[in-house]
Design a protein around this ligand. Structure first.
Ligand SMILES: NC(=O)c1ccc[n+]([C@@H]2O[C@H](COP(=O)([O-])OP(=O)(O)OC[C@H]3O[C@@H](n4cnc5c(N)ncnc54)[C@H](OP(=O)(O)O)[C@@H]3O)[C@@H](O)[C@H]2O)c1
Length: 261
């Protein structure tokens, strides 16, 4: 049976990849530094779990032993962990090559190389490493997740204010849709290094998304237009987070918010 390793399979996107693989009847081994208890939300019944640290390299060789395809959904948000993220991806790729993995697939973000914010810079560096890797690779460039947009609204609603950044639209995508694209990319026999762009089904202004979020959740809060300064604000206002020609997502934001979870 085909064995897929999901590095970061306990995270937001990774859990959806694990569920997608299991739904297709594939075997899954999750690699992360912490193994979730069977009662934890990060635990997906049917998956195997291996403790491995892509930063130190500890446990990687054993975790990748016998693996056919690797899907990487690692992440780090700030500080030394973020700075070290490209090196972690590089060590994962080396270990995958040494283990004879047939293809490695990275999840990254659309147009990350155009944003000066360090988080986006790290994502762009990782994508470049995959393009130069000694084994066949693919990079899936996704738009922002529904979780991210809903998380901004939920954080604001806790203090009664729902922020919407002036002049900003999103094309958010469900992690289930991203997972489908990642697994397709892993199993495809496309060229040695290829990129796939995965956008959500529709572009909406942030205000439209805030109204949809309020309607679906019943949460209260004043919608507050705010400027978003800095390089991320410029990136978003220029619409570089949008890929309307690659709207492969099937689950819209309002539908996603209304789903039980
Ligand atoms: N958020 C968005 O809107 C968005 C949009 C498009 C693309 N993306 C991409 O999606 C990727 C995944 O994001 P996410 O939100 O799913 O991340 P996440 O929830 O923070 O999950 C990160 C995962 O990586 C693991 N991990 C981190 N460092 C590790 C290390 N050194 N060795 C082994 N495992 C490690 C974590 O587990 P442990 O801590 O247990 O190790 C966890 O399983 C990001 O890199 C980004 O490029 C995100």
């Amino acid at each position: 049976m085909v064995l897929i390793a999901v590095a970061g399979g306990t995270g937001t996107a990774g859990r959806a990849v694990v569920a997608e693989c299991l739904a297709r009847g594939l075997s899954v081994r999750v690699l992360s530094r912490h193994i979730p208890a069977p009662s934890a939300p990060a635990f997906v019944p049917g998956a195997a779990y291996a403790r491995a640290d892509a930063s130190s390299g500890e446990g990687l060789a054993q975790a990748l032993d016998g693996v056919d395809f690797l899907i990487e959904t690692l992440d780090a948000r700030s500080g030394a962990a973020l700075k070290g993220l490209p090196a972690a991806s590089a060590s994962l790729l080396r270990a995958a090559d040494a283990a004879g993995v047939k293809r490695a697939v990275l999840l990254s973000i659309v147009h990350a190389e155009e944003c000066a914010m360090s988080y986006y810079g790290a994502q762009a560096q990782r994508a470049a490493l995959y393009r130069q890797a000694p084994l066949p690779t693919a990079v899936v460039l996704a738009t922002q997740f529904h979780n991210l947009v809903a998380g901004i609204f939920a954080a604001g609603a806790r203090v009664g204010l729902i922020p919407v950044f002036r002049g900003v639209s999103f094309q958010p995508i469900a992690t289930a849709d991203v997972a489908r694209v990642l697994v397709d990319a892993a199993l495809s026999d496309a060229g040695p290094h290829h990129a796939i762009v995965a956008g959500g089904p529709a572009v909406h202004s942030m205000k439209e998304l805030a109204l949809a979020w309020k309607a679906a959740t019943g949460r209260r809060g004043l919608i507050l237009p705010l400027p978003l300064p800095g390089s991320f604000g410029r990136f978003l206002r220029a619409g570089r987070n949008l890929v309307p020609g690659s709207a492969v997502g099937t689950v819209g934001f309002a539908e996603w918010v209304a789903q039980p979870r």
